[in-house]
Design a protein around this ligand. Structure first.
Ligand SMILES: Cc1ncc(C[n+]2csc(CCOP(=O)(O)OP(=O)(O)O)c2C)c(N)n1
Ligand SMILES: [Mg+2]
Length: 240
């Protein structure tokens, strides 16, 4: 991840606007050097996934002189990535880098399990489905460089680069976060919640465990926070 963001840094120009989705796309972006007129837009750290692809439409319509570099995880892309159809309809030309680490990578570092796995898409072939845009797969750093160079030259349509990463690869920022968040989540067991709630059933104990976990998780993330079905499920597994 660190080397990949080094390469993305080299891609940035003063006419780039970076749009980062939730996940390691955003944590890793802490290593980007935004310069001169380059802009950076993202949701708060642990808020709604799926922001980046739709957001780049508004971003580029608002300032057509800037080309968006969209950084989005495979999970975030699977939620809203088909908005590339709207990108095509309006003739926009973002460069979308899908960080494909085969699942909810951020979550793996806090509490791993099969619920973090995703069905693997052929992201780079989405242009074929849409009949618009160009796609590349980058399995090596050399392939990423080559794809970024071609994408920089190709401004007629959107470009989609699927960057394949190892499932446990992570940015330095995510490493720091996991050191805090991982410990906090795993230190709460159902037995603790049971005792705290004075409850006779898991139905009563669960909200107490959830409240305690979310309180500790929101603190290091220092952003606004949404509780989603995915998170509820995850905490459910954690408190087993
Ligand atoms: C709508 C929504 N659901 C769940 C979450 C909790 N969450 C935060 S990061 C993350 C994993 C993101 O996966 P991916 O987009 O593949 O990025 P990665 O962490 O693998 O870099 C999840 C599930 C969230 N922030 N938003
Ligand atoms: Mg992922």
């Amino acid at each position: 991840m660190k080397r990949m963001f080094g390469r993305l840094n080299a891609f940035l120009s003063e006419n780039t606007v970076v749009v980062a989705d939730v996940g390691d796309a955003l944590f890793g972006a802490a290593d980007l050097f935004i310069r001169e007129r380059t802009e950076f837009i993202s949701p708060a750290y642990y808020t709604s996934m799926g922001f980046a692809v739709p957001a780049c439409i508004g971003v580029q319509l608002a300032n057509p002189r800037l080309r968006p570099l969209v950084l989005v995880g495979d999970g975030g892309f699977q939620m809203t990535g088909m908005e590339l159809a709207t990108v095509a309809r309006y003739g926009l030309n973002p460069v979308v880098v899908v960080l494909n680490n085969r699942g909810y990578g951020t979550e793996r570092h806090m509490q791993d399990g099969p619920y973090n796995d995703l069905w693997p898409w052929n992201f780079s072939r989405i242009p074929e489905i849409l009949g618009a845009g160009r796609g590349w797969v980058a399995e090596t750093e050399g392939e990423l460089d080559a794809a970024l160079t071609e994408a920089a030259r190709w401004t007629k349509s959107f470009c989609l680069i699927e960057a394949r990463l190892a499932p446990l690869d992570r940015s330095p920022a995510l490493e720091r976060l996991a050191a805090v968040g991982g410990k906090t989540l795993t230190s709460y067991s159902t037995r603790n919640a049971w005792r705290l709630a004075g409850a006779r059933s898991i139905v009563n104990a669960f909200p107490v465990a959830l409240a305690r976990v979310t309180r500790f998780v929101t603190w290091p993330l220092a952003g606004s926070f949404t509780i989603t079905p995915g998170l509820l499920l995850q905490v459910g597994f954690t408190t087993k």
